[in-house]
Design a protein around this ligand. Structure first.
Ligand SMILES: [Zn+2]
Length: 355
């Protein structure tokens, strides 16, 4: 695709209604907030965490270790109810500014539980903050409870039961159950029981898979966890048979291009197989994953689709539509956002930016 081919006026992507389905609680934090919380709690942060440069690591164990170490350092700055509420409120404010009308934010309440008296209060605080933020911004916020591959599968079951108790499709309710952390760790099959609990209760199932590992692991996740959506799943593009299966089973892919490049999965933006996935018929929802570390938010993913992958406005609108359709927003929210996408596309280019 030739560079600089967008000479005509363009529609403002910040005004394109979209759903944000892959954002982690800690990873959503503003850099300024991280610095502020660290100072407040007397925590010395690794200098690289406060740099303006995005994280860039090789896609191996060592790279992941660096990522995880920085992530843990950031997480350690969130110590109690006020901090937790602030993280949620700011994540939603930032999403609102980028045209997100539906956010499904992932949280593993385990790390915050010690500060607030247990897992249940930790989740309740996030849900309550999500409800308040929904009312304040108009972004409809659902919560995904995510278990970690680094812990025992029984912990995942405990979290799945907790998630089920708070299930609902209204703002500040639990919509889904996920599984995060290093994809190469833990036995995928052993987490099947936790996912069965979530699925029976009608939660959307959204494990990570197909980012650090290839199509064979995508199949393993499909087999044992029966996901509605895959966190990433981009590497199913490496095997047409697996990609066909993803498409045939209607599994949506939460594609986070900046994350893929930061974690060394692909050398550069243009290597992310966004075009191939969309062309194969995959339902794609662009997400930011951990903007704190990747220095790239939701809007940046759409900008990359436009400038690097050459998506035109109709194709960008289709991406937004697909994110909304893959969300667990209630029927009325979904219908409102989809109408907004149509209205965005119906407007004359160039007229939206200044209005
Ligand atoms: Zn993620």
């Amino acid at each position: 695709m030739p560079r600089g081919w967008h000479t005509e006026p363009m529609r403002d992507l910040a005004r394109l209604p979209k759903a944000h389905l892959h954002l982690h609680f800690t990873g959503s934090m503003r850099l300024s907030t991280l610095a502020d919380l660290a100072a407040r709690h007397g925590i010395r942060l690794p200098a690289v965490l406060l740099d303006d440069d995005p994280l860039h690591v090789p896609a191996d164990e060592r790279g992941w270790f660096r990522f995880q170490r920085l992530y843990d350092a950031a997480r350690a700055c969130v110590r109690g109810e006020d901090d937790m509420r602030r993280v949620v409120a700011e994540a939603v404010e930032d999403d609102a500014a980028e045209g997100s009308g539906r956010l499904e934010i992932q949280v593993d309440p385990t790390s915050y539980a010690p500060f607030v008296g247990g897992l249940t209060p930790a989740l309740e605080i996030v849900l309550d903050a999500a409800r308040e933020a929904s009312a304040a911004t108009g972004v409809d916020v659902g919560v995904v409870v995510a278990a970690s591959r680094m812990r025992h599968p029984l912990d995942a079951r405990t979290l799945a039961r907790l998630a089920v108790r708070h299930a609902g499709d209204g703002p500040g309710e639990v919509v889904g159950f996920g599984l995060s952390n290093d994809e190469r760790r833990g036995d995928t099959e052993a987490f099947g029981a936790a996912f069965a609990i979530a699925r029976r209760a009608g939660l959307v199932t959204v494990p990570h898979g197909g980012e650090l590992l290839g199509p064979a692991h995508v199949e393993e996740v499909l087999e044992h966890l029966r996901p509605d959506r895959l966190g990433h799943g981009v590497r199913s593009a490496e095997d047409p048979r697996v990609l066909d299966r993803v498409v045939a089973e209607g599994v949506a892919l939460e594609v986070c291009p900046a994350s893929n490049v930061s974690l060394g999965v692909y050398p550069a933006d243009q290597d992310v197989p966004l075009r191939a996935l969309v062309a194969a018929g995959a339902r794609v929802a662009l997400g930011a994953d951990d903007p704190l570390l990747f220095r790239s938010r939701l809007l940046d993913q759409y900008e990359t689709a436009r400038t690097v992958h050459g998506f035109d406005d109709a194709e960008l609108a289709a991406l937004a539509r697909s994110s909304i359709e893959a969300s667990r927003a209630s029927d009325d929210v979904r219908a409102r956002l989809l109408r907004g996408v149509d209205a965005w596309l119906a407007q004359e280019p160039g007229l939206t930016a200044a209005s």
